[in-house]
Structure formats: C-alpha cells, structure tokens
Design a protein around this ligand. Sequence first.
Ligand code: G
Ligand code: G
Ligand code: MN
Ligand code: NA
Length: 255
Amino acid sequence: RMDVATRLRDGALDQFVVHYQPVVRLDTGEVEGVEALLRWQHPERGLLAPDAFLSVAEETGQLIPITRWLLRETTRQAAEWARQGLRLRMAVNISARHFSTETLVRDVRTALHESGLAPEQLMLELTETCVAEDPTRAEDQLAILRGFGVRVAIDDFGTGWSSLAQLMALPIGTLKIDRSLITAAERLAAGGTGAVLGAIVELAHTLGIRSVAEGVETAEHLRMVREAGCDSAQGYLLAHPMAAGDVERWAHRVE
Ligand code: G
Ligand code: G
Ligand code: MN
Ligand code: NA
C-alpha cells in the first residue's frame, strides 16, 4: 500500500490506461456504448485492476486528479471514434467524493470543451452513496450536469439502501443493475424469470428510466435479463473490458 501511495504521489499518472467494456442493446444486439475502466500499467507489477489501488488513491486524494485525466482521455477517445463513424456512448465512473466537490462540474465541462464530444455521448456513473449522503446537494449537482446535456446513470443498483422511489426524484436516465442481483435472481428463480429483477425493470420503465444488466456471464443470465425486460446488458458473455484498439476491431466484427 505504501508503494502505491508513494507512486501515486510521485506522479504515476502517465502509467494509467483505460480499458473499455462494451454495453449491448438487447433488442438489436448493437453496441450502444462502453464503460471506461481504469487500469494501472505498473512498471514492476504489471497491469493492475482498480481493486489494487483505488482505495489508496481515494485516501491520498489522488482519485480526483486521476479521474480528471480519465475524463479528458475518454471524451477524446469517444470524439475520435465518432469521427471514424463509431458512435459509442462513453460511461465514466465517478466517486462519491468527487461528486461532492465543486470541481466535478468544471472537470466535466473542460473535458467536453477540449474534446468537442457531444455532451449526450458522455454518461456519468454514480453510485447510490453519491446521492444518499446529501440528497439536496446531489439534486443541485445533477441539475447542473444535466444542464450540460450529459447523461447520468446509477451504478451498482441493488447493493445500497436507496429505493427507486428515492432515486425517481432525480434526473437519472439509466439504472445499472448490479451483478449480485442477477446471480440472486438466478438462485431464486432456478431457471425461471427473476421476479425481483422484472419488478425493478418495470418500475424503472414506468419512471422513464432505462436499465442495463451488469455481470451477464452465461447464456442463462442473458435469457433471464432479457425476460426481465432489461434494455441492455454488459458482461463477460458479451465482451470483456478491452483496450481502445480492440474495441474498434470488436465493433466491426462479423458475426
Ligand atoms: O474494472 P473492474 O474491472 O475491476 O473495476 C473494479 C471496480 O473499480 C468497479 O467497482 C469499478 O466501478 C471501479 N472502477 C473502475 N474504474 C474506475 C474509475 O475510473 N473510477 C472509479 N471511481 N471507479 C472505477
Ligand atoms: O462497479 P462497476 O459496475 O462499475 O464495475 C464493473 C466491474 O465489473 C469491473 O470490475 C468489470 O471488470 C467487472 N465485470 C464486467 N463484466 C463482468 C462479468 O460478467 N462478471 C464479473 N464477475 N465481473 C464483471
Ligand atoms: Mn460502473
Ligand atoms: Na455495477
């Protein structure tokens, strides 16, 4: 941990890379976007996933500057893809701490301005914690971000304590259903439709909110989330997170 903290402080920023995981529409099978997932290309330890450094980065105050870089890099990438005719919505994870600062709005505005990316092509993934701690502030912050035209998703839905009723007051367009709900639905239904999953998706639709199922790993998961009415899916069955160049090849693949 010390090593990670020291390295982060000493400016390991140029060692970060972004991998992208495709999100697929269930009605057409088309890719609608990607989620940006941070990786650290460590000189000695190889490619590290966020579990290895994210909490240290958060504790040492480095996650905000890293995310600032990530926002610029991902919007630049999405704008470049758009110029190549590959229109992919870019989803970026935002920590609760970053969301609670004044700088987030500025960081998002700067990234959009520099990249020239159409704002609706950018989606911010927030966790329930972002909203739960200070709902009034969250509402104001979301209103400003929505004013730019960016999209907002609630990530890891089902792992926190917020209800859809709490979330419905907010300008949220997408619900990302946590993979723990997919596996729970599988256990409960033992092959049938996950009733809980279906109820969540239906309520979301009633509120005009789209749903993305996460962690779709098997054909059975895919069948289940389709039956539950999810709009889109993400998971190892469809595609793993991959480097930018591989996204282009993957998107143009012939099936
Ligand atoms: O990328 P997985 O591949 O291992 O990511 C593990 C966890 O780290 C997930 O909960 C994911 O949301 C989170 N994560 C990945 N990239 C980022 C990022 O850029 N910012 C934040 N805040 N979390 C991220
Ligand atoms: O917390 P968030 O939903 O942002 O994180 C996404 C995380 O889930 C990343 O770590 C990503 O690598 C991982 N992931 C993506 N697809 C799958 C999957 O099908 N199964 C599992 N177990 N993890 C997945
Ligand atoms: Mn996410
Ligand atoms: Na999630």
